[in-house]
Design a protein around this ligand. Structure first.
Ligand code: NDP
Length: 678
């Protein structure tokens, strides 16, 4: 008896009362599991996410959320066998499963790390600097990002059931949004097993991850203006979702990643003897065969100069001939079947459509020769390469979601760009060239139509992550036909989930609201030097204002001699006098910053453990010999580290001259102990 996949709702597993729809093994046709969401209370699910998951998540800081993601990544990494076994049922070879499962876990690690390093240990993100709005400095604007009290519904495609879930979950989780995941039915047994692993870890706060196994039913009806839907799948379903009243008029945000006729362009500089030709061919074959070409980023259009077409076709065909197709559980199989027989029918139909303006030059979509498996019950299909006739239109319109690519020829860079643009917006494009001028022209021509561009040549090939691999730190999504969505890209995708608001207020109010010191707001000068306070005692706004110190010509000479920085403006009276900005010898900027450190430091051992840098250093007014400088240092931001007994303190430093004019401004970054016994 096969297993009925269950949904996870409101803190418990739910089994539908009916038998459910069978999900078949892609190679053998045997039933792997059945699936049904009949009777699932979708309204209760959304309410649970909003009322239980969301508040729990938003009570944690970004660093605490990042810590959970890291622990989750470790937990999942420790038990992948079941996911690999189930991935094979979906037609995935071990390499395919690695992309899906390990790629997903890697994405969690990446977001955990970025969340800790690039977000504050807080629940609010400041976007840019304060904008002064009045001459008197009492009215200031500050953009902030805050979490929305909604739910993120994530509808995934069948091709990457693990990665697709984790790459959407991680940024939403960091952003403070609970997730309801709706995997594609054909491979939902992988997603369900993954959710079970996540839930059994006990790491996620209750209500922050729920699962719909089966049809999404009326899920979108339940959503409102604080909610979002992230969708990956067909353009057809994307359009259904776009037209849904919750999206069309109800304010639900929809992100779409739909089909994409990605291209790879061979530069006109590349000859048959260049290493770039081999890189180009390998790239095409990899994208045709990994995951049996069922990848939203796969190369569907191979653009080559007319004179290279025969060479390229022969080289691709020779490589494809070495690809063994079959059951991925059999050793030696390099390419598995498509996800289902229905999917194979779709791909065959797409090839048929392509044939109206292209010839098949390798493979046969209807005959599965050399396949290790039952071609009647398994969705096997050998790779198919086509070569387009002049003026072909179908390769720019039809997406064969399988191991299929079409070679097209171009005549000049403008033509290559125009052909690439006929895909009407793609996720990724590759340019294989060793000519910097070609790379610039093609890149600038292609960027308006692409979310990501890979420029590949002999110099970066060894480290290249490849055309088809979305990376957590880079944007994944593309304009136009590709859906117009944007996922990943590091913290960008976290901020996509949050609300940006411009707050206008006095500096004191902004400091109180943001928890970060706003220039112009109150400073507190205490009798205790702030370097003698641990994180437990230190407060935003704590300040030390130094006594003035005269900068002498001897200081400038000594600094020049010590450092070797004998730039004429610091050493040569005559030349410095002719400098239009200085009109005479001036102190080195770094001398001023060094003197300022001497003015604000408290020298004895104390809670300040280290100075680890300065940010945003600007020299504003030159300082001549015998002028005097003073420094004011104010606690701007306090970030305790969750995994250490110290934290970061960002100080606002203002160096002024005798006339109180700003000489230098910067942020000083220190590490300070959480507690300190004097
Ligand atoms: P679908 O668009 O049919 O399905 C994608 C997801 O949407 C699935 O989870 C599906 O659930 C869900 N879904 C379908 N209808 C609705 C609805 N009305 N409301 C809410 N959710 C819905 O794509 P397929 O997976 O069937 O793939 C079909 C084609 O899509 C492929 O052949 C390929 O061309 C393209 N595709 C593109 C991808 C890309 O990233 N660019 C990725 C995958 C596919 P369920 O499975 O339960 O129906």
């Amino acid at each position: 008896m096969s297993t009925l996949l269950e949904s996870y709702t409101a803190g418990r597993w739910y089994a539908a009362p009916d038998e459910g729809r069978p999900l078949l093994d892609a190679s053998t046709g045997e039933v792997v599991a059945t699936i049904s969401s009949t009777g699932l209370d979708l309204g209760a699910m959304v309410a649970y996410a909003r009322e239980v998951g969301g508040p729990a998540l938003r009570s944690l800081t970004f660093h605490e959320r990042a810590g959970i993601l890291k622990a989750l990544a470790k937990h999942l990494g420790a038990g992948k066998d079941e996911l690999y076994r189930l991935s094979a049922c979906a037609g995935a070879t071990e390499r395919d499963a690695m992309v899906d499962v390990d790629g997903g876990i890697g994405t969690l690690f990446s977001y955990a790390s970025k969340g800790t390093r690039e977000l504050p240990n807080d629940t609010i993100v400041l976007d840019g600097r304060p904008e002064p709005l009045g001459k008197g400095g009492t009215f200031v604007g500050q953009h902030v990002f805050t979490s929305r009290p909604g739910v993120a519904v994530q509808i995934n495609a069948f091709n990457f059931p693990a990665w697709g879930m984790l790459e959407k979950l991680a940024p939403a989780f960091l952003a403070g949004l609970p997730t309801i995941v709706k995997p594609a039915s054909p491979t939902a047994y992988v997603a369900e097993a993954l959710v079970r692993r996540v839930i059994e870890s006990g790491l996620l706060p209750d209500g922050t991850l729920q699962l719909v196994a089966g049809s999404a039913g009326t899920l979108l009806d339940e959503l409102g203006p604080q909610d979002s839907v992230a969708f990956t799948g067909s353009a057809h379903t994307a359009n259904v979702l776009r037209a849904h009243p919750s999206v069309a008029t109800g304010g639900v945000r929809l992100g779409v990643e739909a089909d994409s006729l990605n291209c790879s362009i061979l530069g006109p500089d590349v000859t048959a003897d260049d290493p770039e030709l081999d890189l180009f061919v390998k790239g095409v074959v990899t994208e045709m065969t990994v995951k049996a070409g069922q990848k939203c980023t796969a190369i569907r259009r191979v653009l080559v100069p007319a004179g290279m077409a025969d060479t390229v076709v022969d080289a691709i065909a020779a490589r494809l001939a070495r690809v063994t197709v079959g059951d991925p559980r059999d050793a030696g199989v390099r390419m598995g079947p498509l996800a289902s027989l229905a999917q194979r029918d779709e791909v065959r139909k797409a090839v048929e459509a392509l044939r109206s303006s292209a010839e098949i030059v390798y493979g046969d979509p209807d005959r599965v020769e050399g396949v290790d498996g039952d071609a009647e019950r398994g969705a096997f299909m050998a790779p198919v390469l086509l070569r387009a006739r002049d003026g072909a239109t179908e390769p720019h319109d039809v997406e064969p979601f399988g191991p299929v690519s079409t070679v097209l020829t171009y005549d000049g860079l403008d033509d290559a760009i125009a052909l690439a643009a006929r895909g009407r917006g793609s996720l990724v494009g590759s340019l294989v060239t060793h000519d910097p001028a070609v790379a610039r022209t093609l890149t600038l021509g292609l960027t308006p139509w692409h979310g990501r561009i890979l420029v590949l040549d002999r110099d970066d090939a060894a480290e290249s992550t490849g055309h088809g691999s979305p990376l957590p730190v880079l944007v994944h999504g593309g304009p136009g036909r590709a859906g117009g969505g944007e996922e990943l890209g590091g913290i960008r995708s976290v901020l996509h989930h949050m609300q940006r608001t411009a707050v206008q207020a006095s500096p004191d109010m902004l400091t109180a609201i943001t928890g970060r010191w706003t220039p112009g707001s109150d400073r507190r000068e205490a009798s205790v030097h702030p370097f003698r306070k641990s994180l437990a005692d230190l407060r935003v706004g704590d300040t030390i204002a130094s006594e003035p110190r005269t900068v002498t010509r001897e200081d400038i000479d000594a600094f020049a001699a010590l450092t070797g920085d004998t730039f004429y403006a610091h050493t040569d009276e005559e030349a410095a006098a002719a400098n239009p900005l200085f009109g005479g010898i001036v102190a080195h900027g770094y001398l001023l910053v060094s003197l300022a450190a001497g003015l604000f430091v408290d020298p004895d051992p104390g809670p300040v453990l280290a100075n680890f840098g300065v940010d945003n250093l600007r020299f504003l007014t030159p300082v001549k010999a015998d002028d005097a400088i003073a420094v004011t240092l104010t606690v701007k931001e306090i970030t305790p580290r969750t995994t250490a007994d110290y934290g970061e303190v960002r100080w606002d430093a203002q160096v002024t001259n005798r006339h109180s004019e700003p000489v230098a401004t910067y942020d000083v970054l220190t590490l300070v102990a959480k507690t300190w016994d004097a």
